[in-house]
Design a protein around this ligand. Structure first.
Ligand SMILES: *Cc1c(COP(=O)(O)O)cnc(C)c1O
Length: 431
């Protein structure tokens, strides 16, 4: 595989962009190697600047659930274009978007659009603090909620991948207001709530964690968090930026029936354009300015092109719920294939899967929290990642990420992936 174009672009990029990338997770630092520069994508495929083609298991880190360059979304953007690109004034599309989200996500009665998942989570905890008149929040080790100061403590995703210690750039005061507990451990949360009685504004959690690799909540865990929040007067925030519209039209809260007070959304909600949102109970959302005193704003929030793309995406998902059953059966097929290969090679690695998300962990330990995830052989993962790339499979360049696939991943492509996996795994497990 020749990647000389990407290599020279990377050299050039590093001169004007820190690390040559506009988001750290795009760098190939932890797996050894240099990032590929992508020039186009369609359906399940990516093409780099050298013309190499890859089967994509990142899908823009979640948004492209219908595959790349989906014609229906393209058409929606095209239709919106001639009316100009931004007004900074209310539009019909924003009402349609808000109504659609409220109709799809069970706990959301009112919603505010923003431009990214990071903005959504920052606004949600400000709202929780203003509403409860309390200062502390609880987050979970290995969960990632974007790059807001309060969330960089024991964070997953790129923070975990790069092994960034502590939180340089975050004030001690802010860091002290974030309490952390291991995922899937209710007694630890209860102990924090008791020790900080009357001071915890909210718990924020990825109800299915995807930023330390895919880690599923144990039975009763989310119900337990709901009960603890109610008992201690703290709000429960589900960060469904990744899982919203990915695991079900209404996210994990639809699947489990556990309803949070506030929900943060992003990724799929913009159909590939930059969009985020936060919403929840009316009595809480009514505290957001201009209705209430808690300030949050955005020049480009509700941008008409982004709303057009997002509306097309969400309308399609809402009217075709069978998509989720087929994604789940594809996911099952992949997970079974991975387990079968493990069996043949005498391996017993931890494999997690839910719908169109999965992680192949290089550890025999059952992964229930960040400590377990950290037991992975990341050097071996790096070797596997590079072998897969050689086989034309583009994975997230980190062990601590969930992988995503789209409706474009046909049965043939699933099997192509599985045979590449077997070949790559054979090579890296003997070395
Ligand atoms: C991706 C992600 C975010 C951050 O969203 P951005 O749009 O990258 O700011 C927040 N929370 C979760 C759970 C995410 O997966």
């Amino acid at each position: 595989m020749i990647t000389s174009q990407s290599e020279s672009l990377f050299t050039r990029a590093q001169k004007s962009i820190p690390g040559g990338v506009n988001s750290p997770v795009r760098a190939f630092r932890s797996v050894g190697g240099k990032p590929l520069f992508i020039r186009r994508a369609w359906e399940a495929w990516l093409e780099d600047e050298d013309g190499n083609r890859y089967l994509d298991f990142i899908n823009s880190w979640g948004p492209m659930i219908l595959g790349h360059a989906n014609s229906m979304i393209e058409e929606a953007i095209r239709e919106a274009l001639p009316a100009s690109f931004s007004f900074g004034a209310p539009t019909v599309k924003e009402i349609e978007m808000a109504e659609l989200i409220c109709s799809m996500v069970p706990s959301v009665e009112m919603v505010r659009m923003v431009n990214s998942g990071t903005e959504a989570t920052m606004a949600a905890i400000r709202l929780a603090r203003g509403f409860t008149d309390r200062e502390k929040i609880i987050k979970f080790e290995g969960c990632f909620h974007g790059h807001g100061d309060s969330f960089l403590i024991a964070a997953g995703s790129g923070v975990a991948t790069l092994g960034i210690p502590g939180t340089p750039g975050v004030t001690k005061g802010t860091a002290n207001d974030t309490l952390t507990a291991p995922f899937n451990d209710l007694p630890a949360v209860e102990a924090l709530l008791l020790a900080n009685s009357g001071n915890v504004a909210a718990l924020i959690v990825e109800p299915v964690a995807g930023n330390m690799g895919l880690v599923l909540p144990q039975p009763g865990y989310l119900e337990g968090l709901r009960k603890l929040c109610d008992a201690h007067g703290a709000l429960l925030i589900f960060d469904e930026v990744m899982t919203g519209f990915r695991l079900a039209p209404g996210g994990v809260q639809e699947i489990t029936g556990v309803l949070p007070d506030l929900t943060t959304l992003g990724k799929i909600i913009g159909g590939g354009l930059p969009v985020g949102a936060y919403g929840g109970k009316r009595e809480i959302m009514e505290h957001v300015a201009p209705l209430g005193p808690i300030y949050q704003s955005g020049t480009l929030s509700g941008n008409p092109l982004a709303m057009a793309a997002g509306l097309a995406m969400l309308r399609h998902l809402k009217s075709n719920p069978s998509i989720y059953a087929s994604l789940e059966s594809a996911g099952k097929h992949l997970a079974e294939g991975l387990r079968q290969t493990d069996k043949e090679l005498g391996l017993n690695h931890c494999i997690t899967q839910l719908g169109s998300m999965y992680t192949y962990f290089f550890t025999d330990r059952e992964v229930l929290n960040f400590e377990d995830a950290k037991s992975c052989d990341t050097a071996r993962f790096g070797a596997y990642f590079r072998e897969m790339l050689n086989e034309g499979i583009y994975l997230a360049p980190s062990q601590f990420e969930s992988l995503f696939f789209s409706t474009s991943l046909t049965t043939d492509l699933q099997d192509m992936f599985l045979s590449a996996h077997k070949k790559a795994l054979k090579k890296v497990m003997v070395s």
